[in-house]
Write a protein that binds this ligand. Structure first.
Ligand code: MLC
Ligand code: AMP
Length: 505
């Protein structure tokens, strides 16, 4: 039902008015920023956005370093009814060109060092503003505070997050104000997150995990964050005595386990460790519990849906290798790929979800949107799962061709397309194989056109100019032919098996 929304911005505003002097950010140099200071900054940014012509529904794109001011920009965008479009700082020129032409934002906020790269966009009608890691740049130039708050409905778009597609072109998932608010409320309730919490924030803020799980929950519940520029195990361990919660991708936990400093004493003040975005190894879950006494709470989500399921905070065990039960307000079913019939407990099928958390559709792609929804409103996740007799969901694989490396998603199709353009390459298959640190590491299996295979370094160098670093393969292997089934489809499972030891040996 569409109704006027008590959204993320309203939740933050309430907290800022209730306890203006409470720290929202604890910064590395010992500085803090209070709720009231962040409110002021966001209102100054709102003045700037209004001056730039932003009206409700306009996209505000941000490719900026992690900073408190970047969160103020997110808040200002919500305040004026804009649609926030965060972009990975690793994206290169060609990737950015696509996002800018597809999303057609009113404003692009970039790092001051990148101004020259975006001059043309200014000429194309996008207003380019700058914001550096230290808060410098044009975005904070306005002194005046804009206080009016746009009145929005649950169905109004709040954000667009690009997620790569299996067919190559990235798709902009449109999340509504209602999606963001519903998922946030559900998580706050499930994990008993309160204003007494102090979160160690070490994730990037251009993804759903770092922004819509970690930051939204903190803003709305009036909690505080120890704000780290990036994940560093020593900095996380140093922060623990002052903190209560950590949210991370599995690589965070693998790296923490490698530290001698990780112990029950180091974690004594913590009440919750959350993992998600990629599968947490059951062995890491068990090793972490043995070392610290804390059972990591694993949950399952995606850009299009926010969080879907979670292991229990209180009532019941947190089971290694599972992602728990549906969150309040979320329905989950397992469906047979061919017949589309719902499957009983114990059978593996495609995970489908429905609820207020599920996005409105892909930006400018009605056909793609229609393809990924069932008629009864369930969204087809493309993940394969099974539900056990206690109702715990386990993710057992992916029906989509996707690699998750260190919590970042890579769609092989995009990388294969570029490798195939390289002189001397006939075709290629890009796969993910087990990687001790990143979970999965990217490998390109290449078939050369003739006897003279191109150099591995030449292929990698060509990709470096086109793709963000995390999408560039960690290894290239040359073969005479790719294994195919009778339908001519490349057998990636066979390739994964063949190269499974590549990074572990
Ligand atoms: C960095 N590199 C990566 C990488 N991250 N390569 C592949 N995959 C990654 N994820 C590159 C760097 O550019 C560098 O290249 C080299 O790897 C070594 O870098 P590093 O110093 O070891 O990496 P680091 O900066 O420490 O980053 C690793 C990490 C980071 C795991 C801490 O990737 C991270 O914070 N990931 C979180 C991603 C995330 O938030 N995902 C949530 C998505 S939302 P070179 O050439 O310089 O050596 C989602 C939905 C949900 O999935 O359910 O939450
Ligand atoms: P993204 O499209 O970046 O939002 O990534 C979403 C995908 O990450 C999901 O479709 C899953 O494949 C994967 N994912 C998220 N959380 C988990 C988890 N706890 N275990 C396994 N896979 C996960």
């Amino acid at each position: 039902m569409d109704h006027q929304i008590d959204g993320i911005y309203q939740g933050f505003l309430r907290q800022a008015q209730t306890h203006p002097e409470k720290p929202l950010f604890h910064l590395p140099e010992g500085r803090t920023l209070t709720y009231s200071q962040v409110l002021q900054t966001s209102r100054r940014i709102a003045t700037k956005l209004i001056g730039d012509g932003v009206v409700p529904g306009d996209r505000v794109a941000a490719q900026v370093e992690k900073s408190p001011e970047a969160i103020a920009l997110y808040l200002a965008t919500l305040q004026v009814g804009g649609v926030y479009l965060p972009l990975n700082t690793a994206y290169t020129g060609a990737e950015m060109d696509y996002f800018m032409s597809d999303a057609a934002p009113r404003v692009l906020v970039c790092d001051p060092s990148q101004t020259a790269a975006h001059v043309q966009r200014g000429k194309d009608g996008i207003v380019v503003e700058t914001l550096g890691a230290g808060g410098e740049g044009t975005l904070l130039a306005a002194e005046q505070e804009h206080t009016e708050v746009a009145q929005l409905r649950a169905s109004d778009p709040g954000a667009i997050l690009y997620t790569s597609g299996t067919t190559g072109r990235s798709k902009g998932a449109v999340l509504t104000q209602g999606n963001l608010a519903a998922n946030c409320a559900s998580l706050i309730q499930s994990w008993e997150y309160t204003e007494a919490d102090v979160l160690i924030h070490a994730l990037p803020i251009f993804h759903i995990h770092g922004l819509f799980v970690a930051v939204n929950m903190t803003l709305v519940s009036g909690a505080s964050m120890i704000w780290l520029p990036k994940f560093d195990p020593d900095a996380v361990l140093e922060s623990m005595p002052r903190a209560t919660v950590l949210m991370g991708v599995p690589t965070f936990y693998t790296r923490l386990l490698s530290s001698q400093q990780l112990s029950a004493e180091a974690c004594a003040g913590m009440r919750l460790f959350v993992s998600g975005s990629a599968p947490l190894l059951a062995s890491d879950h068990e090793a972490f519990e043995a070392r610290t006494g804390h059972a990591i709470l694993e949950r399952y989500g995606m850009t299009e849906t926010g969080m879907n399921t979670s292991n229990p905070y209180r009532d019941g065990p947190r089971r290694p290798g599972t992602v728990g039960h549906p969150l309040p307000g979320v329905q989950v079913r397992i469906v047979d790929r061919e017949s589309q019939a719902s499957l009983p407990q114990g059978e593996v099928g495609i995970i489908e979800v429905r609820g207020d958390n599920v996005f409105a559709g892909y930006w400018n792609m009605p056909e793609k949107t229609a393809e990924e929804f069932r008629e009864d409103g369930f969204f087809i996740t493309g993940d394969l799962g099974v539900i056990d007799e206690q109702g715990y969901l386990s993710i057992v694989g992916r029906d989509k061709d996707l690699v998750i490396s260190g919590g970042f998603n890579i769609y092989p199709k995009e990388v294969e397309g570029l490798i195939d353009e390289h002189p001397g390459v006939f075709e290629s298959a890009v796969i993910g194989v087990p990687h001790p640190d990143l979970g999965e590491g990217l490998v390109a299996v290449v078939v050369p056109t003739g006897d003279d295979a191109p150099e591995e370094t030449a292929i990698l160098q060509a990709l470096a100019g086109e793709l963000a670093r995390f999408k560039q393969p960690r290894a290239v292997r040359f073969v005479d032919a790719l294994p195919r089934n009778v339908m001519g489809k490349v057998q990636k499972a066979q390739l994964r098996k063949q190269y499974t030891e590549l990074f572990s040996s």
